[in-house]
Ligand binder design. Structure first.
Ligand SMILES: *Cc1c(COP(=O)(O)O)cnc(C)c1O
Length: 405
């Protein structure tokens, strides 16, 4: 066997998709989905779906309402607008990366006027600038403030209670809408305590599911905005989904049968561990990753995109090494370690050579210590193989965080 055969064989065994969604699906979730088609007109499925609702709300920390869509995150984005805004309404979009831009673009495409505050590609939302913008809106044209809790492209984490406080300080009635697709069940989220009116999220990140379910949590105030609209497209209307008279109204048609069984298993796993413990695990594993990255960065080429740890997501870490190092590293890990890292998003155009200088590690959902140490060790090996300059002691630093907590 030649050296290259051995190298190729190192990628065998179970592969690890360490991108920021879709995330790793636990065996328990997959096994729950592996079953004969259930009856959608009577029987256990109908009772089971009712149990999902309170357990979803416990993850969002809300007593309010939730609507489930057969959709990805983009569907949940659209559902939030469809139920609260009409063409010609204005929103204030707070941008901390590519996903915030995407949500704002969707608003524009729906005929909504969009005012933008862009905080760049390595900073969280600055609530004082939001307060200023809302104070300036004396005509109260702004109907909603759009915030990405964690922007997956930059890994920027924004402070939702501070944002709520800014809106209140301005005395502004706008709804606070949060994109929690990346942060849900990874970073602490307290919908009611933090005064968030709408949370949008999806199944394929912290919820450890395949893509295919979108969720919109909404407050009474948001429900009131829905009631004021003259017309909402029937598929997106959240009214009956959140309060169905008949089972089919949960999904406005056939229920996503197998996804629902997977979701039941995923919520069981989350609540058996406890949501506080889930957040704490994500925090510890993220700190292990940052400890390694800090060591690599010392005298090396690697850089953590978000300089201040207080503003970093615990679900994803955006990194750079000079182009084409990041693309080479991703290719090396896939070929020689069975690990797939995330591409850079929104940092450079794919046609720009600089694009090959960005990558991301996804660490959301079903992740544990050995997976994180495995990813970090594989990156260390890849940087060694590719002669990427780096500081020493990275893996030891990560292991020390895991050891000490
Ligand atoms: C993944 C993600 C989305 C998009 O979700 P899709 O399921 O790909 O539509 C939107 N916003 C954030 C913050 C995300 O992480």
């Amino acid at each position: 066997m030649g050296a290259s055969d051995i190298q190729g064989a190192l990628a065998g065994g179970r592969s690890y998709l360490a991108i920021p969604g879709p995330s790793v699906v636990p065996d328990r979730v997959q096994n729950a989905m592996h079953r004969a088609s259930p009856n959608i007109y009577a029987g256990p499925l109908i009772d089971m779906v009712e149990t999902l609702i309170p357990d979803l709300k416990r993850v969002a920390r809300t007593q309010a309402h939730v609507a489930i869509y057969i959709a990805n995150g983009h569907g949940a984005w659209e559902a939030a607008f469809a139920n609260t805004l009409a063409p010609g309404d204005t929103v204030l979009a707070l941008i901390t990366g590519r996903f915030g831009l995407g949500w704002a673009e969707m608003a524009r495409a729906m005929g909504i006027e969009v005012e933008v505050i862009d905080f760049g590609r390595a900073a969280p939302i600055d609530p004082s600038r939001v307060e200023e913008a809302l104070r300036a809106d004396t005509g109260r044209r702004i109907k909603a403030v759009l915030a990405t809790h964690v922007d997956t492209s930059t890994s920027a984490l924004s402070d939702m209670p501070a944002l709520r406080a800014a809106i209140d300080a301005a005395g502004h009635p706008a709804l606070l809408m949060a994109d929690c697709i990346a942060s849900f069940a990874c970073d602490r989220m307290e919908m009611d305590a933090w005064g968030v009116d709408i949370i949008v999220t999806g199944s394929q990140k912290g919820l450890m599911m395949p893509p295919g379910l979108g969720f919109v949590f909404f407050s009474d105030k948001a429900a009131e905005a829905r009631r004021r609209l003259a017309r909402v497209s029937p598929y997106w209307d959240w009214t009956l989904r959140a309060k169905p008279g008949e089972f089919y109204q949960y999904f406005f048609g056939t229920a996503p049968t197998h996804h629902l069984h997977g979701l039941r298993a995923a919520l069981d796993m989350i609540h058996e561990e406890g949501i506080e413990a889930v957040w704490a695990r994500h925090d510890l594993l993220a700190r292990a990753i940052w400890a390694a990255c800090d060591k690599w960065a010392e005298g090396g080429a690697l850089r953590i995109n978000m300089p201040d740890p207080r503003h970093r997501s615990r679900a994803v870490t955006a990194l750079s090494v000079p182009a084409p190092g990041a693309s080479d590293l991703r290719a090396w890990l896939e070929a020689h370690a069975g690990v797939t890292l995330g591409v850079g998003l929104g940092m450079a155009e794919p046609s720009d050579p600089a694009w090959h200088g960005f990558f991301r590690i996804g660490h959301m959902g079903h992740v544990n210590a050995h997976m994180v140490l495995g990813v970090l060790g594989s990156i260390e090996a890849g940087m060694a193989a590719l002669d990427i300059p780096r500081g020493t002691g990275a893996i030891g630093a990560a292991a020390a965080v895991i050891a000490k907590g």
